[in-house]
Design a protein around this ligand. Structure first.
Ligand code: ARG
Length: 587
């Protein structure tokens, strides 16, 4: 469906044109004085400069044409030449009734849908999923759902960190602990066991121990580097161990991400780029894109216009080892080859901005991508604790995501109304959904690029701009609808003209759902959708407190109200779904 504001703009633009002025002066916006009017057009002011006529005269001519249009209820001149617009209730209501019937509640599909790879998640194999990965998962998932909502084809990839030093650390630690395993025996020619020599719990103990040792002991670090190098060069036993490590980890990660309501099409990782590295390096060498510097293979990516230093990107280290930049470049190589995307969006911690700037410049400069592919970095800020430092456990360690989820769920459950009888399974369902809403909405309602403070009390509160407040609003509507069904009022399919100003405001807000989705999509800013959701919830709650829906005796009114709140519920649920948030039936 065409956006309401666009329909209005079209009409006013037509009037400007009819009067001999340029169309675009007729652009209509939401009124910034809602007590005076619903919409406004200020185009007569800039037009007066261009046509050297008083703005009031221009606005007056335009108004003369608009006066007869059946959409407007009241249209008038104000101030130095503004046009104030109020539209007829019947028009809003028709628009809402059309929205109710539309599968996507009025959200249009893009006329030029693209194929976009969304690279988010970014978990590292063998390391626990921790709060640092939460934002990537939340924002990336929301972005993917938004792109799909406007008709784009998306391919989501978790892009695991599965090829780096942490694997070498684990392998050398295993070698210290269990040197007798066949993986370390160069003369072993048979098949390796199919079962991993460790469980996820053991792995979670082995990695921090290995990492601690490597960081405090030069020899251990050297061993880890060597093991990484040998792994990347295909040493049989190490490849077999690496497969065990990734399999055990991925199984656990899949569960973790699914607890967050986050799903990936591809479970690929840095290691999947390995087979393209030789081909890519040859290409770079043959086309003289790189040169040798202190034994390493590098490419300059700085530009004269740079205002800060962008160092050359290192493709291979002097010992031939690959780096994070190498795998990211080779991954682009592979993605172009396999998926022909129009865009790749990386949702990663903003502290990696320089890395991506280097990678993107290099990919463009060397022709790894052509100008039709756009590479975009969506860098997010840090989730901090109340002390303003990155969120930690009480003991000062990195908080595991699972622990954080449990903490939020407990906080939510403690706020539930104990007078309601919840069954065991219902409590579980509520804790999961409401807890997740607290966590996700608390995160997504902040501008992605900014740091924010994770305040568990605030995020899990049932009041204010929080996930639980929004869910509570929807649950309230569900409860009214349930009661109405019991009372056998079930012709809830048509909305009538509003009976009050609050109701009219609710209607206008609902009519702007497609606008909110489009804006959020264009800005890649889920916080904009949160703003819409919060405003809509507030207006609905005002409407709810002003009216007694269930006991309303005028059946026509009651049925219209039920239709209206049912649409409100559907829109709120659809919007939350775009953010990856689910709604319980009761809470
Ligand atoms: N594994 C990385 C980390 O934990 C994030 C990966 C982001 N994606 C990418 N293509 N580099 O920092």
């Amino acid at each position: 469906m065409e956006k309401l504001i666009k329909i209005l703009s079209g009409i006013v633009e037509g009037a400007f044109e009819k009067c001999g002025y340029e169309r675009n002066f007729g652009n209509v916006t939401i009124s910034n004085r809602p007590e005076l009017c619903q919409f406004q057009c200020n185009g007569a002011l800039p037009a007066s400069k261009k046509y050297k006529k008083p703005p009031m005269q221009i606005a007056g001519e335009v108004l003369e044409i608009l006066k007869d249009n059946h959409i407007f209820n009241d249209i008038s001149l104000a101030g130095p030449g503004f046009i104030n617009i109020n539209i007829k209730d019947s028009f809003i209501v028709d628009y809402l009734n059309d929205m109710s019937k539309d599968r996507k509640y009025g959200c249009p599909e893009s006329s030029n849908p693209m194929t976009v790879i969304v690279d988010y998640g970014g978990a590292n194999v063998a390391k626990e999923l921790h709060v640092g990965h939460l934002r990537s998962a939340n924002i990336g998932e929301a972005l993917k759902r938004l792109l799909e909502a406007v008709g784009y084809k998306t391919i989501s990839d978790v892009h695991l960190g599965d090829w780096g030093l942490q694997i070498g650390m684990i392998i050398s630690e295993l070698r210290r602990r269990t040197p007798e395993l066949p993986y370390f025996d160069d003369n072993y020619k048979g098949d390796y066991p199919t079962k991993a020599p460790f469980t996820i719990d053991q792995l979670e103990e082995i990695y921090p121990a290995a990492s601690f040792l490597a960081k405090s002991n030069v020899e251990a670090m050297e061993e880890a580097r060597m093991a990484t190098f040998e792994l990347q060069n295909g040493r049989r036993g190490y490849i077999a161990l690496w497969k065990h490590i990734t399999n055990v980890s991925i199984e656990d990660l899949k569960k973790n991400y699914s607890d967050l309501n986050v799903e990936f099409d591809l479970w690929m990782g840095e290691s999947d780029s390995e087979k393209y590295i030789d081909e890519m390096v040859n290409y770079l060498k043959e086309n003289n894109h790189c040169y040798e510097s202190k034994g390493a293979l590098v490419i300059d990516v700085a530009k004269e216009t740079d205002t800060y230093t962008i160092p050359p990107i290192i493709i291979l280290k002097s010992d031939g080892a690959i780096l994070y930049s190498t795998t990211d470049l080779a991954t682009i190589w592979q993605r172009v080859h396999d998926y022909r995307p129009d865009q790749i969006i990386y949702v990663v911690d903003k502290r990696q901005a320089l890395h991506f700037e280097q990678v993107f410049r290099c990919a463009k400069k060397t022709g790894i991508i052509n100008e039709n592919l756009s590479l975009d970095f969506l860098g997010f800020g840090t989730m901090n604790g109340k002390d303003g430092k990155p969120f930690k456990t009480r003991e000062g360690g990195v908080m595991r995501l699972q622990d954080l989820i449990r903490l939020v769920q407990d906080s939510v459950v403690s706020k539930l109304d104990r007078n309601k009888a919840y069954s065991e399974s219902e409590i579980y369902d509520i804790a999961r959904k409401v807890g997740l809403s607290a966590l996700k909405y608390g995160d997504l309602s902040n501008q992605a690029t900014k740091d924010y403070i994770f305040d568990i009390e605030k995020f899990s509160s049932f009041e204010g701009n929080t996930g639980p407040y929004i869910l509570y609003t929807i649950v309230r509507i569900k409860s009214i609808l349930r009661k109405a069904m019991e009372g056998k009022v079930n012709n809830i399919d048509k909305i009538n003209e509003p009976y009050s100003q609050t109701e009219r405001e609710l209607m206008l807000k609902l009519s702007r759902f497609n606008e909110a989705v489009e804006f959020t999509f264009l800005e890649k800013a889920p916080n904009k959708l949160c703003e819409y959701i919060y405003d809509l919830s507030n207006i609905f709650n005002r409407f709810y407190h002003e009216n007694k829906i269930i006991s309303e005796e005028n059946l026509k009114k009651k049925s219209s109200w039920l239709s209206l709140i049912s649409l409100t519920k559907n829109i709120l649920e659809t919007a939350l779904d775009l953010l990856g948030i689910e709604v319980p039936d009761r809470m």
